[in-house]
Design a protein around this ligand. Structure first.
Ligand code: VGL
Ligand code: ZN
Length: 204
């Protein structure tokens, strides 16, 4: 039997209604995610974890507005409102999330000059977070991803998971999207083309 893990991406206050980078309906997925956690063999959480003044914040680039693009040394980067600042209330997991069963919390986005959407590689696409090695060393080869946001951190994590050799499913009903300039459609196509299994409801 394959060893499987549930990976819960960035289910944090700042991505839920009322938060600094609120994803519409972000809090609605909590009961379903908790149900999936209860039934999972292994659970890993990711936590977006930025220092104040992070380079992905529009506020760090005078004259720039959130949700615009900028050129970084590693390529194009969307600028965001200040969010998930290390230790802030916004960086906490949603208070309803049943997080205690998690065996690992992997933090990302802590390097001031690089953003990190994926749970596996930062946005330079070469700096690893260590997650692939952790999972491999534990014999886990099959992943289900849920969380926020479908078109950014969930999507890039799923694409990297496949390229790292993991059998990867995204439960779309346990995700919500930012949907910036068609980013949801683009990411759904990339995931389908990239070999990610997309599921929209219970398959068992
Ligand atoms: C995310 C934008 C910036 C995400 C994180 O979790 O999808 N999106 N930081
Ligand atoms: Zn972020």
């Amino acid at each position: 039997m394959a060893d499987e893990a549930l990976v819960v991406i960035d289910l944090q206050n700042d991505f839920c209604p009322g938060g600094a980078l609120a994803v519409a309906g972000g809090d609605e997925i909590v009961p379903l995610v908790n149900d999936l956690i209860r039934r999972a063999d292994h659970v890993v959480l990711t936590q977006d974890w930025h220092p104040a003044g992070h380079s992905s914040f529009a506020s760090s680039h005078p004259g720039s507005q959130p949700f615009t693009m900028i050129d970084m040394p590693y390529g194009q980067q969307t600028l965001w409102p200040d969010h998930c600042i290390q230790g802030s209330l916004g960086s906490d997991f949603h208070s309803g999330l049943a997080w205690t069963k998690a065996e690992l919390v992997i933090r990302k986005g802590f390097r001031p000059s690089i953003d990190s959407y994926s749970a596996f590689f930062e946005n330079d696409r070469t700096t690893p977070t260590g997650l692939a090695g952790y999972l491999r060393e534990r014999g886990i080869d099959t992943l289900t991803l849920v969380g926020l946001a479908t078109d950014f951190c969930v999507g890039f994590s799923a694409l990297d998971a496949v390229s790292q050799g993991f059998k990867t499913t995204v439960r779309l009903d346990a995700c919500r999207a930012i949907d910036l300039n068609g980013s949801l459609e683009t990411m759904l196509r990339r995931m389908r083309d990239g070999g990610v299994t997309l599921e929209d409801q219970l398959s068992d």
